[in-house]
Design a protein around this ligand. Structure first.
Ligand code: SF4
Length: 662
């Protein structure tokens, strides 16, 4: 039996190093690599069965051409040559007729490899097509808020959490989305370190907390300011650290903090004064408090302000200055690689851009996009206002190609569907966005059926479209070397080819890369954008419906990328919506019945679960499920495609609705 060292390519901050055991050309076992300190020998419950992803009977094994109405899923098998001939003929004709911007092509995050994803985007950049402003459905608001506050650099090293003296999971369900950080937390807790969980849902992580704060959605900034108020009141602010490393705290102290008394903070957040005081007291005496900030708080109308304010908190106690303290949202910004070598090998300096979250609008309202190529993304499920997306995808004059291992909801609308490899059937180079590791992942087995990697497809299309940049003729190891050529991150890529994970983390305190070089309580960058320069909290506009939607990753269906594994679908259970007993009773609803979630954008039916894991006034929908599993579509149909305050991101958590019996 051969054991091959590789990397988990799922969209997950942990970026586990994996050992895949192969017998007679088939994967028989997958485990975490015990030699990688963060992975520490275990892969999560989703991925330790990824053999079932590779060998799923639902895998696509041959190219397909549409033979029925768009969305119907009626296809016939065709050869790769026939598929490529048709794609190249259509693209060439459209470019000759209307120019390259009539095409929109992209690969997104379901495969985290920098080469497979980057080279696909590089092809479309070289062709001069319209470009996707990716990430706005996910992390652009969080990134913008962090950058305005701390700068374009990663946060605290997650491995340092085992040395912390107070652990805080703020809007992050570690059991669902960051299990290896949970393991670090557990190491610290064995030393008696306390865990505080701040989350509108009583998650599994919250159930394990020493102090659980069931915060009202969208009020994180108010809680952070309330804690700062108490820290100042009680003389627990680190004045020396603030004087040396922060900008504008004096203005915040004078103009903002007096308004966030414990009583007002309690009224805004729905928490008790006693709990806020207790949390602030714990935070104030800790020297190395570690905050894991979840992305969810940023997917909200005032999401940037929310996340930015929480990110300021460790500056007040000086926790940012100590290894084991500080805060982390992501780490990717610290990997200073030459991404453009792969993503932008050639092509015009500017071209039309389409905001990812406005993809539906771009396809529906702007018929000048006449060809669409999508890899590693399922926007018909995951984008907000999915009805708009589906209306656009239904256009008969839109030539759509989808490259995916499975027949996704999006692929059902395609004219050509191409079978893609999973990450275990291709090689790639990875850098984590939740740790400081990078690693070259080996190909474990041969592609299933006629599946092709994104790299193979992209290089073949490049040749047929006459794109001659050298990267389209290189092997993946050579493409990886291009990522390091002229890059700020100094490492010998040759040494990475042995497949061993390498960390770039140090043991110093948080560095700030803002324009001032300090932690910016006052941000001139935000002021210049017409945004509040200081942290604050403001109420949302009045809602037209009484219940607020809370969507979270499922424990076994954190992405639709896992929906091709029947076992994981079963473990996740029936697609459901969770209501507090008071809300269920006031509507005459009982556990287990079919309910309809409805607002002006649409309706979707799910199975009701009555639980007090959410507060009254909240409807929780865990996991993103394919159409076939839900009754009547996806919950993202109910979410508008408006922008967050920073980063032009999506506002999934600013969705209001009503619930009734079906
Ligand atoms: S925890 Fe994340 S990175 Fe690790 S195996 Fe699971 S999905 Fe992959």
């Amino acid at each position: 039996m051969a054991t091959i060292r590789t990397v988990c390519a799922h969209d997950c901050p942990d970026m586990c190093s994996l050992l895949a055991h192969v017998e007679d050309g088939r994967i028989v076992r997958i485990q975490g690599d015990p030699e990688q300190p963060f992975t520490a020998g275990f892969a999560c419950g989703k991925v330790n069965r990824d053999m079932e992803l590779v060998y799923s009977p639902e895998r696509l094994t041959t190219p397909l051409r549409r033979v029925g109405p768009k969305g119907s899923g009626a296809f016939e098998p065709i050869t790769w040559d026939a598929a490529l001939d048709e794609i190249v003929a259509r693209w060439t004709g459209l470019i000759a007729e209307s120019g390259p911007e009539t095409i929109l092509g992209y690969a997104y995050s379901a495969h985290q490899g920098l080469i497979n994803r980057g080279l696909t985007n590089g092809l479309f950049h070289a062709l001069g097509t319209s470009r996707l402003l990716g990430g706005t459905v996910c992390d652009s608001c969080a990134d913008a808020a962090w950058e305005a506050t701390v700068g374009p650099i990663g946060g605290a090293d997650p491995e340092s959490a085992s040395e912390s003296d107070l652990l805080i999971s703020w809007g992050s369900d570690l059991h669902a989305t960051n299990v290896h950080l949970w393991a670090k937390f557990e190491q610290a807790r064995k030393r008696g370190v306390k865990l505080v969980v701040i989350d509108p849902r009583r998650t599994r992580t919250a159930q394990a907390a020493d102090l659980y704060l069931p915060i009202r959605i969208g009020t994180d900034s108010a809680l952070a300011l309330g804690v700062m108020h108490i820290l100042v009141r009680d003389g627990l602010a680190d004045r020396a650290y603030l004087a040396e490393h922060a900008l504008g705290f004096d203005q915040v102290e004078r103009d903002v903090l007096p308004r966030f008394t414990p009583e007002r903070t309690a009224a805004i957040t729905g928490l008790s004064v006693a709990d806020i005081e207790r949390f602030a007291a714990m935070y104030g005496v800790a020297q190395k408090s570690f905050i894991r900030i979840g992305f969810g708080m940023s997917r909200y109308l005032h999401g940037g302000q929310n996340l930015r304010t929480v990110a300021l908190l460790p500056g007040v106690t000086g926790a940012y200055g100590r290894y084991g303290g500080g805060a982390i949202v992501a780490t990717a910004a610290s990997f200073d690689l030459n991404y453009n070598a792969v993503r932008k090998p050639s092509g015009p300096a500017t071209a039309r851009t389409v905001n990812h979250l406005k993809l539906g609008e771009a396809l529906s309202a702007d018929a000048s996009i006449r060809a669409l190529f999508i890899a590693a993304n399922n926007p018909a499920i995951t984008n907000p206002d999915t009805a708009k997306i589906r209306a656009g995808l239904s256009r008969e004059d839109l030539f759509t190609v989808v490259h995916d291992p499975f027949m996704t909801a999006t692929a059902r609308y395609a004219d050509i569907v191409l079978p893609a490899t999973t990450y275990l059937e291709t090689e790639d180079f990875y850098r984590s966005y939740g740790t400081y590791y990078m690693q070259y992942g080996q190909q474990v087995v041969e592609p299933l059926g006629q599946a092709w990697s994104n790299v193979r497809l992209t290089q073949t299309l490049a040749a047929r479209m006459g794109v001659t940049d050298p990267v389209f003729n290189m092997t993946p190891p050579d493409i990886m070397k291009e990522l390091f050529r002229g890059a700020g991150l100094k490492a010998d890529p040759e040494t990475l080819l042995n497949g061993v994970a390498v960390s770039i983390a140090g043991r110093s305190g948080q560095e700030f890369r803002t324009p001032s070089g300090k932690l910016e309580f006052y941000s001139q960058t935000l002021a210049d954008q017409g945004l509040p320069p200081m942290p604050d909290w403001a109420p949302e506009p009045a809602a037209a419906y009484p219940l607020r939607l809370l969507t979270t990753p499922g424990y076994f269906q954190s992405h639709t990328a896992f929906s091709g594994v029947a076992f994981l679908r079963q473990r996740e259970g029936v697609p459901c919506a969770v209501l507090h007993p008071e809300d269920a009773a006031s509507r005459g609803l009982t556990d287990g019945q079919a309910i309809r979630l409805k607002n002006d954008l649409g309706q979707v039916s799910l199975r009701l679960r009555v639980r007090d894991e959410v507060q009254p006034g909240v409807v929780l929908v865990p996991g993103q499920r394919p159409d076939e599993e839900a009754e009547g579509g996806t919950v993202n149909m109910l979410c508008a495609d408006g922008y967050t305050d920073m980063g032009a991101g999506a506002t999934y958590q600013s969705t209001w609705l009503e619930v009734s019996a079906v």
